[in-house]
Design a protein around this ligand. Sequence first.
Ligand SMILES: *[C@@H]1O[C@H](CO)[C@@H](O)[C@H](O)[C@H]1NC(C)=O
Length: 209
Amino acid sequence: MLHILALFSFLLVSSSHAAVQDFCVADLTAPQGPAGYSCKTPAEVTADDFVYSGLSQPGNTSSLFNAAINTAFVDKFPGLNGLGLSMARADLAPGGVVPMHTHHGASETILIAKGSITAGFISSDNTVYLKTLKEGDIMVFPQGLLHFQVNTGRTQAHFWVSFGSSNPGIQILSNALFSNNLPSELIEKTTFLDDDEVKRLKALLGGSG
Ligand SMILES: *[C@@H]1O[C@H](CO)[C@@H](O)[C@H](O)[C@H]1NC(C)=O
């Protein structure tokens, strides 16, 4: 009986200790380390640190991708720091695309709010998982795998995104290949694309060399 009481009081004490640090709102004035941002002094934390209004309006889809992605990652939304989650909003004009990309730091779910989206991912054994989604559908994209979304409907489309990291990272495959100065010859060698196509894509996506 005494043992049980002792254990019980130990649990009470340790859970009240755990409650001392409920959150670690990012101090965005200090640099981010591998474990995230350092914590803002609790006395300086306000409700505004836990609210982000940057996803309330559709993004401007007049871009090369005919799409706008707005993220609410920890660098903009400090209350997310250390909590292992974040969100984004995607707006796609008809034919708009979120090009083939990966998030090395998180799995992703999307919820179609408006329109029709064809989405897919490719597993590491190169199997394709492809589906056309309608309003209210959700789809999950496992961490680190190449994936994409295309508005294959006739109207503007909009979906919400959630990530299992406050800092999921994003790398777009075409930008990784064609938006920098990696020599065209090496791109051709390593991708089997021909010179004309590599030059065309570098011009389109801002690369050189
Ligand atoms: C959207 O972006 C395009 C291209 O950058 C620009 O010309 C246009 O004015 C923008 N529209 C709005 C509503 O901001």
